[in-house]
Design a protein around this ligand. Structure first.
Ligand SMILES: [Zn+2]
Ligand SMILES: [Zn+2]
Length: 340
């Protein structure tokens, strides 16, 4: 069992745990004055982010596929639902399996959507009474219709039992085809913006609530919209291809093919420049293959051109944006780092 690490970020420079044990907060710029006395309200999360899955398409023992849960305004919003998404939801809070009913898809690559049928059907059988609303690019409706067809036998077995609500099998599809606000309710505003993932329809999202904000990139290479929509956000999550992944692709494929693969994603130096352009209060890498060596290489390359607060997401990392700062509660370093 990895140790958990909790830390409060106030103008702090974060480095990954594997680069130096588990003491991972180093204050770079001390606050100019003492923080105001904390009240319950100061520590109440305004926006909460749970990294359910931090991984990429490569199957992993420690990283589920991409899935990010955002809580704001008393509601919950799921961004992508990759491999193991429902399992991680249950690990975080078993009640969420039957209560999540809003999914925002960045794009339709399978590593971002393969967990949807599990959540859709398990949520239904465990008591969800509302339709599943899905926001996503062109093709989202056809995919959800295909899932209904693929699981028609299972549905036909369970429906007659009368123990499940047929309404929860309904899918409400909200197609995204341009930049703009796609959800605006009870003070929670979610804006989709186009990113660059070859010629695949792909979107990042910005979530605003209570004067706080979170951006997540989805899969993308360099895209001007990241800086445009990520300007001054509290939390910015960027996908990245770690240096060892770049090396692997370049070794394993002919140059032309390798270039095409790598052009789908941000390299560490490109991500560093993007973070610098956005200046978030906290930058987070996700969609990684995370291990000690990869994390070290990723941070080293990033630090060549970006010095802001930054961390690498692990599964079930929880980040809370409150009035008094940004609080991170995360599992410890990858296991192989603990021996160092
Ligand atoms: Zn992906
Ligand atoms: Zn992708």
């Amino acid at each position: 069992m990895r140790p958990k690490v909790t830390r409060l970020l106030i103008a702090a420079l974060l480095i990954p745990a594997c680069s130096g044990g588990h003491a991972i907060t180093a204050v770079k710029d001390a606050p100019l004055q003492s923080p105001a006395p904390q009240s319950t309200d100061d520590r109440t999360p305004i926006i909460k982010v749970v990294v359910l899955g931090s991984g990429n398409p490569v199957p992993s023992r420690t990283q589920a596929g991409t899935a990010i849960l955002v809580e704001a305004g008393g509601d919950r919003f799921l961004f992508d639902c990759g491999r193991g998404c429902t399992t991680r939801l249950a690990q975080h809070d078993p009640r969420l399996v039957s209560s999540i009913d809003k999914i925002f898809l960045t794009h339709l690559h399978s590593d971002h959507v393969v967990g949807i049928p599990d959540l859709w059907l398990n949520g239904w059988t465990q008591g969800r009474g509302t339709p599943l609303s899905v926001w996503g690019p062109t093709g989202t409706g056809a995919m959800m219709e295909g899932l209904r067809a693929a699981y028609s036998a299972d549905i036909s077995y369970r429906l007659p039992t009368g123990t499940t609500d047929p309404a929860a099998l309904t899918r409400e599809i909200h197609l995204i085809s341009e930049n703009g606000v796609v959800y605006d309710r009870k003070g929670v505003k979610i804006t989709a913006f186009r990113v660059h993932h070859a010629d695949i329809p792909a979107y990042g999202y910005r979530i605003d609530y209570g004067g706080k904000s979170v951006l997540l990139s989805g899969d993308t290479s360099v895209a001007p919209n990241l800086a445009r929509y990520g300007q001054g956000t509290d939390i910015a999550l960027l996908e990245v291809a770690s240096p060892p992944m770049v090396d692997y692709v370049q070794r394993s494929f002919p140059p032309e093919q390798a270039d095409k693969i790598l052009a789908l994603h941000l390299t560490a130096d490109q991500a560093a420049e993007t973070f610098a352009a956005m200046s978030p209060r906290l930058g987070i890498y996700y969609h990684t293959v995370s291990n000690c060596a990869a994390d070290k290489a990723l941070m080293a390359m990033t630090r060549e051109s970006y010095s802001g607060p930054l961390t690498i997401a692990r599964d079930l990392t929880v980040i809370e944006v409150t009035q008094d700062g940004i609080h991170i509660d995360e599992p410890g370093a990858p296991e192989e780092c603990s021996a160092e």
